[in-house]
Design a binder for this molecule. Structure first.
Ligand SMILES: O=C(CO)COP(=O)(O)O
Length: 249
C-alpha cells in the first residue's frame, strides 16, 4: 500500500486576474514536502493563466465539466476543453453542484466516466447533509453516491480517481469534522470499495477530507490512517494553504 498524500485546493467562484497572479506567485516560492501531490481547482476562465504560471510540480483542476466533447450545449465546458487549456484534473460531484445546482448521482457518475475517457483525473466528492448525519444515514448516503459511480466506471480506472469526503455541514461553516468522525467515514468508504470494486482499489485509492480544513486542524486530521489528504476551500485562497500541503510532513 502506497498512497501518496494528496492535497487539493478548490477556489470555487473566487478570484480576479490580479489576486490569482499574487496567489500563484506566493505558492511558487513556497517550500513544500517532497511526498505530496498538489492540485489546484480553478474557475474555468482562469485555467489558462494558472496552467501557464503555476509551479510545474502542482497540477490544475477544473471545478466541473459537462458530459459531451463538443456541440450545442450553451454555457457548458467539456472534459476535452479542460485538457486543452492545461487542466489535468476535474472536481466532480461537489456538494455545491449536487445541492445548489441539483446534479443527480447518475449525472455525476456520467461526468466521471466522460472525464476519465478524456484522460482527466477525477476528484469525486461525496458527503452527507446535516439532517442525514443526524438521522444516522451518513454511510447510506455516501454509499449511494459511490454506487452510481461504481456502476458507471466499473473496476477499471480507479487509479485516476481521488475521493473527497466532504460532509456538507462542515463546508464553509468553520465546523470541521473531528478526526474520529472523518476516520470513521473514510474507513467505511474503504470497506465499501473493497466489496464493491476490489481489495486492491480499496487499498490504493486516496480518500481525502474536505470541510473547514485549516492550518490549525490539518495535522490532527492527517494523522488518521484513512485520511490521505484534503480538499480545501476557503484556506486554499490564502498562504495558509502551504501549511495544509505540508500537513503530513
Ligand atoms: O468545499 C470544500 C472544498 O471542496 C471545503 O470548503 P471549505 O474548506 O471552505 O470549508
Amino acid at each position: 500500500m502506497s498512497r501518496v498524500f494528496w492535497v487539493g485546493g478548490n477556489w470555487k467562484m473566487n478570484g480576479t486576474t490580479a489576486a490569482i497572479k499574487d496567489l500563484v506567485a506566493s505558492f511558487n516560492t513556497a517550500a513544500t514536502a517532497p511526498a505530496v501531490e498538489v492540485v489546484v481547482g480553478v474557475p474555468y476562465v482562469y485555467i489558462p493563466l494558472v496552467a501557464d504560471s503555476l509551479r510545474k510540480d502542482w497540477a490544475v483542476a477544473g471545478e466541473n465539466c459537462y458530459v459531451k466533447a463538443s456541440g450545442a450545449f450553451t454555457g457548458e465546458i467539456s472534459p476535452e476543453m479542460l485538457k486543452d487549456v492545461g487542466a489535468a484534473w476535474v472536481i466532480l460531484g461537489h456538494s455545491e453542484r449536487r445541492n445548489t445546482i441539483g446534479e443527480s448521482d447518475k449525472f455525476v457518475a456520467e461526468k466521471v466516466v466522460k472525464a476519465l475517457e478524456a484522460g482527466l483525473k477525477v476528484v469525486l466528492c461525496v458527503g452527507e447533509l446535516l439532517e442525514q448525519r443526524e438521522a444516522g444515514t451518513t454511510q447510506a448516503v455516501v454509499n449511494r453516491q459511490l454506487d452510481a459511480v461504481v456502476k458507471a466506471v466499473g473496476v477499471a480506472d480507479w487509479a485516476n480517481i481521488v475521493i473527497a469526503y466532504e460532509p456538507v455541514w462542515a463546508i464553509g461553516t468553520g465546523k470541521v469534522a473531528s478526526p474520529e468522525q472523518a476516520q470513521e467515514v473514510h474507513a467505511a468508504i474503504r470497506e465499501y470499495l473493497k466489496g464493491a470494486v476490489s481489495a486492491d482499489v480499496a487499498a490504493n485509492t486516496r480518500i481525502t477530507y474536505g470541510g473547514s480544513v485549516s492550518a490549525a486542524n490539518c495535522q490532527e486530521l492527517a494523522q488518521k490512517s484513512d485520511v490521505d489528504g484534503f480538499l480545501v476551500g476557503g484556506a486554499s485562497l490564502k498562504p495558509e494553504f502551504i501549511t495544509i500541503v505540508n500537513a503530513n510532513d
